[in-house]
Write a protein that binds this ligand. Structure first.
Ligand code: NOJ
Length: 558
């Protein structure tokens, strides 16, 4: 029960926005910053405090913008740098902070650095990338990140102009930067300074695990792998003490603690300070939350929380259910993966890369409102900072006829007007088609209808966001699992000095009454979220849970 520092991101709700799919303001079919500005009041009403913007930089856009060709600009499809600054100011006026993606593991092959590197072996840019005339076989586990996709599959690609192979862990059009070249590190520091000076609150660090790997495969692990992100954080913090680095690191749980600022790298005979990460995207927990939902058992959540390292003071987890990539089950045992696939993606077409599911939250849970609320309540109750993926607050679905991960990246559904109110362009010109068929079509699932309906999912999520803000212990105190005699119920609590907050979630769809041994025994409990009677009994609080029920309660001075 460690008390933690009081930092803004520990009591924030983060919302992930893909600018190109959010709101188009000029009728060209692509979302833009003016469109996003016009929707800030919506986000403010919802109560989110922080937006994470997926890459919006100039890009050939062959990997949803994760192929950057200019780190200092805005892709003309989304507007201008001036529009971006106006957006930052408008967000700031509403108290909304902004994180931007830092894609520093690789560039686009169209980046001028790579173009110079290819044609001129003597150029300073040659050593910005990783070359070989005789590439080694990749080590096990270090093959392509996107097995089976065109443009991926291998990690070395021959460039006829350069007369050599270049290294890339993602697609062949995303050459890895040589992050062990001090000149490259200097470039990245400049990029970080640039966006911080404009006013962003921090960065979501793309592919952090790959960034800290040895970039000359075969040379073994670098002496001090976390130095890079540690230095980057120190640099970023010179611009402001509350700058946050949120990293994508889908690593083995035994290594995750290393990434945190204040963490420790301790392997074999080597011991070094840890990394520079304030918040770490919690992929491991995510897979286990879905395993619990699929099996109707609480055990997987308990196991995940017991396995994950406790973050050092000031650091924490960014928890999520779905994002714009696949739901990655790779860290579950094979038999467990099968259980999740069978329940949530019985159609092989909904699976991807042999490790994931390319569906959104609501359809995964059959659009079942009780289970969607259960999943969201569980997410918001997990230790750390909750992160919502745009559209999940209204229960949007996916379009499996779109290729690969694009299935979950369809435009935001604002209303039942043409193109879901996303754009006035002809449907054929939209960046991606809107979902216009079936139970998740924009005519049935949209913001306008849901705001008008007090019983809607959107109104529930707004309430959930508010409740999470009123429960800051979730981001600052280590949780304790509370034992119950029901294997389908996961219960946990956060014990603060004056009060205890406890939660219970039922996964099997069966009504249950559980007794939670929490809080001072003479205090009467106060319900915070969910329905059902609460009774003070000798050993604690008795809680009635309906099928897929959830309950948050406060015991103590609250
Ligand atoms: C991770 C991102 O989440 C994914 O969408 C992208 O394709 C890769 N990094 C490459 O940048």
């Amino acid at each position: 029960m460690a008390g933690r520092a009081d930092l803004w991101y520990q009591n924030a709700v983060i919302y992930a926005v893909d600018v190109d799919a959010f709101q188009d303001s000029d009728g060209d079919g692509v979302g833009d910053f003016q469109g996003l500005i016009s929707r800030l009041d919506y986000l403010n009403h919802l109560g989110v405090d922080c937006l994470w913007l997926l890459p919006f930089y100039p890009s050939p856009n062959r990997d949803n913008g994760y192929d950057v060709m200019d780190y200092y600009g805005v892709d003309p499809r989304h507007g201008t740098l001036g529009d971006f600054v106006e957006f930052l100011r408008a967000a700031d006026e509403r108290g909304i902070r902004v994180l931007v993606d830092l894609v520093a593991n690789h560039t686009s092959d169209q980046h001028p650095w790579f173009q110079r590197a290819r044609v001129d072996p003597d150029s300073t840019y040659r050593d910005y990338y990783v070359w070989s005339t005789d590439p080694p076989q990749p080590d096990p586990g270090r093959g392509s990140v996107f097995p089976g996709e065109a443009g991926a599959g291998r990690v070395w690609t021959y460039d006829t102009e350069a007369g050599a192979y270049y290294y890339h862990r993602f697609y062949e059009f995303q050459p890895d930067l040589n992050l062990y070249n001090p000149a490259v590190r200097e470039e990245i520091r400049k990029v970080v300074s640039f966006w911080l000076r404009l006013g962003v609150a921090g960065f979501r660090i793309d592919a952090a695990t790959l960034m800290i790997e040895e970039k000359r495969p075969g040379n073994g692990q670098p002496e001090d792998p976390h130095e890079l992100l540690r230095e980057l954080r120190a640099h970023a913090r010179r611009h402001g003490g509350d700058v946050v680095l949120l990293a994508e690191a889908d690593d083995d749980p035994s290594r995750l603690g290393e990434y945190f600022a204040g963490g420790e790298f301790d392997r074999g005979d080597r011991s070094r300070p840890g990394g520079g990460v304030d918040l770490l995207l919690n992929f491991y927990l995510d897979a286990h939350l879905f395993l619990a939902l699929a099996t109707g058992r609480a055990g997987p959540v308990e196991r995940a929380l017991a396995t994950l390292p406790p973050p050092p003071d000031g650091s924490g987890w960014a928890n999520f259910l779905r994002n714009y990539d696949e739901l990655n089950l790779g860290r579950l045992h094979r038999a467990e993966q099968e259980q999740v696939y069978e329940r949530f993606a019985p159609d092989a077409h909904a699976r991807i890369y042999g490790r994931g599911i390319r569906r959104r939250l609501a359809p995964i849970l059959d659009g079942d409102r009780d289970r969607i609320e259960l999943a969201l309540s569980l997410l918001f109750s997990m230790p750390g900072t909750p992160l919502l993926f745009y559209g999940d607050e209204i229960g949007m679905g996916e379009d499996l006829s779109l290729p690969g991960r694009t299935a979950v990246r369809t435009p935001m559904q604002w209303s039942d007007a043409e193109n879901a109110g996303f754009s006035t362009a002809p449907a054929s010109r939209l960046v991606r088609p809107v979902v216009d068929e079936g139970p998740f079509s924009y005519e049935r699932v949209n913001v306008a209808d849901e705001w008008a309906d007090p019983a809607s999912l959107l109104n529930f999520v707004e309430h959930l966001v508010g409740t999470r803000h009123e429960t800051p212990a979730i981001g600052r105190v280590d949780p304790e699992v509370v034992q119950t005699d029901a294997p389908s119920v996961f219960a946990h609590c956060y014990e603060g000095s004056a009060e205890t907050v406890a939660m219970a979630h039922e996964f099997a769809g069966e009504p249950r009454t559980v007794t939670l041994d929490v809080g001072p025994k003479d205090a009467s409990p106060m319900g915070l979220l969910g329905v059902g009677e609460l009774r003070t009994v000798e050993v604690g609080v008795e809680v009635d849970l309906g099928p897929y029920g959830y309950r948050w309660l406060r015991v103590g001075d609250g």
